[in-house]
Design a protein around this ligand. Structure first.
Ligand code: SF4
Ligand code: SF4
Length: 418
């Protein structure tokens, strides 16, 4: 069966960025595009991506703008993008997400982002000492004050903002401080991305800023307790993407985070020049699927190459196949296997996941079971409501009549007995 493409990641400024973070894995991608020093998407490429993506018969589609730093394109580029979405859309619900380091955000940007309901992922690792450890401006100064100013501008304008925090060897020591800090400045939606890279100077070693698995496991456990302690009347008051995604699995639903799926390959990345790749972490020649200027996005998503990329994740080690957490974990993201030079065909974060699921399993089960009961109650209430409405317009249902809900039971034993 042909897959549809419901989400697309676009890098309009390629790997170009106005910051110089120590652990950025994308800056070096400029080697893939040596023809020019500055990488910018043309209007021709932009229109072709939008046209092809919105030509699909889907009700909901989501654009994710990333980099490098996508705001380097300037506001007119994004105004044009929205105009083209309106031109090529046909009544679908279209979402836009923008991942940014925030440096160029001003009031005019914020007004635009709020008007068109962009969801912002702001790269902010945490409080000043955490952010300034590795996230530098081009002049090697820390970026914290500039980024927090941007966060304020966005939040004051009413823009929806997620904090994107890279968990590294340093920040992993401060789960509580980082969580409270984000809450304190109004960033209640948080995403934590553990960092694992090979040392560029010695490929047999991990880069020094990578986070150790056990430390990351403790970080997740502490964060989970903090998240849970903030529940009010059984509902979360903050959102942590990894926990939200894991909760989907416990509730029997497909998780939104690709790392927790059985297979990869459900979206594609479009670079500034129109080249299409399998995944943000695999923008490399081997996983180049074609170009939007000469090929079709949906065909590339369904190509042999993308299928074989997707299946890489499915090929798990014996450890994973025998693991009690396989359904919840699915072996994690394949880049976390490859990023570790000791690649044992097992995620670098395996022990972190084991620690976390051991810690959180019973409480996640309880949350999921409470949620299912709540869903069933709401469903019954809706059914009753619609029965009442129908009863008002139809003849009265006798207690011994068959229940109109179609269960085959008598009305008094079914909806009439509630
Ligand atoms: S490699 Fe990782 S990030 Fe890429 S699609 Fe697979 S799980 Fe997702
Ligand atoms: S916890 Fe470890 S062994 Fe278990 S599925 Fe995840 S990565 Fe594999």
């Amino acid at each position: 069966m042909q897959k549809h493409l419901d989400s697309i990641l676009i890098k309009p400024a390629g790997p170009d960025c106005n910051m110089n973070c120590t652990y950025c894995f994308y800056l070096k991608k400029s080697e893939l595009f040596p023809e020019t020093k500055v990488h910018r998407m043309t209007e021709e490429v932009l229109e072709e991506v939008i046209r092809q993506f919105l030509a699909q018969p889907l009700r909901e589609l989501s654009f994710s703008w990333q980099g490098g730093e996508p705001t380097l394109m300037g506001l007119p580029f994004f105004q044009k993008a929205v105009e083209l979405q309106q031109k090529h859309g046909s009544g679908q619900v279209v979402g836009n997400g923008l991942q940014t380091n925030g440096l160029l955000i001003d009031k005019q940007w914020a007004e635009f982002l709020n008007t068109y309901k962009f969801l912002i992922g702001l790269s902010l690792d945490g409080p000043e000492h955490v952010q300034n450890k590795y996230r530098y401006l081009r002049n090697r100064k820390g970026s914290w004050s500039r980024v927090t100013d941007s966060a304020k501008i966005l939040l004051d304008e009413g823009v929806a903002v997620n904090a994107l925090s890279v968990v590294n060897d340093y920040s992993v020591r401060f789960p509580e401080e980082i969580y409270e800090y984000f809450k304190g400045i109004g960033l209640e939606y948080m995403q934590f991305i553990p960092c694992v890279e090979t040392d560029p100077k010695d490929s047999s070693k991990l880069a020094p800023f990578s986070v150790a698995a056990d430390a990351y496991g403790s970080f997740l456990c502490r964060l989970f307790d903090l998240w849970l302690a903030d529940f009010k009347e059984g509902k979360p008051t903050t959102s942590i993407r990894f926990f939200d995604s894991v909760f989907y699995i416990y509730a029997g639903l497909p998780p939104p985070e690709c790392t927790l799926l059985e297979e990869c390959g459900n979206y594609v990345v479009v670079e500034h020049n129109g080249d299409v790749y399998s995944c943000d972490f695999f923008v490399e020649d081997l996983w180049r699927l074609g170009s939007v200027l000469s090929g079709n996005l949906v065909e590339m998503l369904n190509s042999k190459r993308q299928k074989s990329f997707g299946e890489k994740k499915k090929t798990l080690s014996k450890d994973c196949m025998d693991c009690q957490w396989l359904i919840q974990c699915r072996g994690g993201c394949i880049k976390d296997r490859i990023g570790d030079p000791q690649d044992r065909h097992l995620s670098h974060f395996c022990s972190a996941y084991k620690m976390f699921f051991q810690h959180a399993d019973s409480r996640l089960q309880k949350l999921a079971s409470d949620w299912k009961k709540e869903q069933a109650r709401e469903y019954q209430a809706r059914q009753q409501e619609s029965l009442k409405e129908r009863a008002g317009t139809q003849k009265k249902i006798g207690r011994n009549d068959p229940c109109p809900c179609g269960s085959g039971l008598k009305y008094k034993k079914c909806c009439g007995g509630i």
